[in-house]
Design a protein around this ligand. Structure first.
Ligand code: FES
Length: 164
């Protein structure tokens, strides 16, 4: 039980580290907000509330302004779409190492296009431009767990677990 909780905390840390990296890249300036929100949505699958609060603090921007931006753009979602989120990186480093084939395979298995959620709301399949972990390419994030050297087999195994 304690070990499980620890693992969850580590996963959250992994994801948050990627957001931190993006904020750092923008010098913690509010002008980087849209890109930071894009990254948050790519990695979490939606704009998770606690992360929005942390971003507001880091950029010294009122949380209400962030919600204003988030609700203005249809691309952003403030609620999780599917019960499970599966993000595959299609940035250059991951693409070169075959991540497009993984997305295509998952599209076939789940019978949805990337960016969509299965009709039963079980799984959302998302793609990212770069997760900021190119050394792990091809990389993905499955329910918050950053997966290095993603392969068709690894991706299919994860999906299968969700349907068991
Ligand atoms: S291109 Fe995939 S993590 Fe950077």
């Amino acid at each position: 039980m304690v070990r499980e909780q620890k693992a969850d905390e580590n996963e959250v840390d992994d994801r948050w580290r990627l957001i931190e990296r993006t904020m750092r890249k923008h010098g913690y300036q509010p002008s980087g907000l849209i890109e930071i929100l894009h990254k948050l949505q790519e990695i979490y699958g939606y704009l998770e509330r606690e992360s929005l609060k942390k971003i507001a603090t880091s950029l010294k921007v009122p949380l209400s302004n962030i919600y204003g931006v988030a609700s203005f753009y249809h691309y952003f979602s403030l609620k999780p779409r599917g019960e499970h989120q599966c993000v595959v990186c299609l940035g250059t480093a991951c693409y070169i190492k075959g991540s497009q084939a993984i997305v295509s395979e998952l599209e076939k298995i789940l019978e949805i296009k990337a960016g969509k959620t299965t009709p039963d709301k079980k799984v959302s399949l998302l793609s990212a431009r770069c997760l900021g972990s190119c050394g792990l390419a091809p990389a993905g994030v499955f329910d918050g767990e950053v997966i290095a050297n993603l392969s068709n087999d690894k991706a299919k195994k994860k999906i299968k677990e969700w349907f068991e």
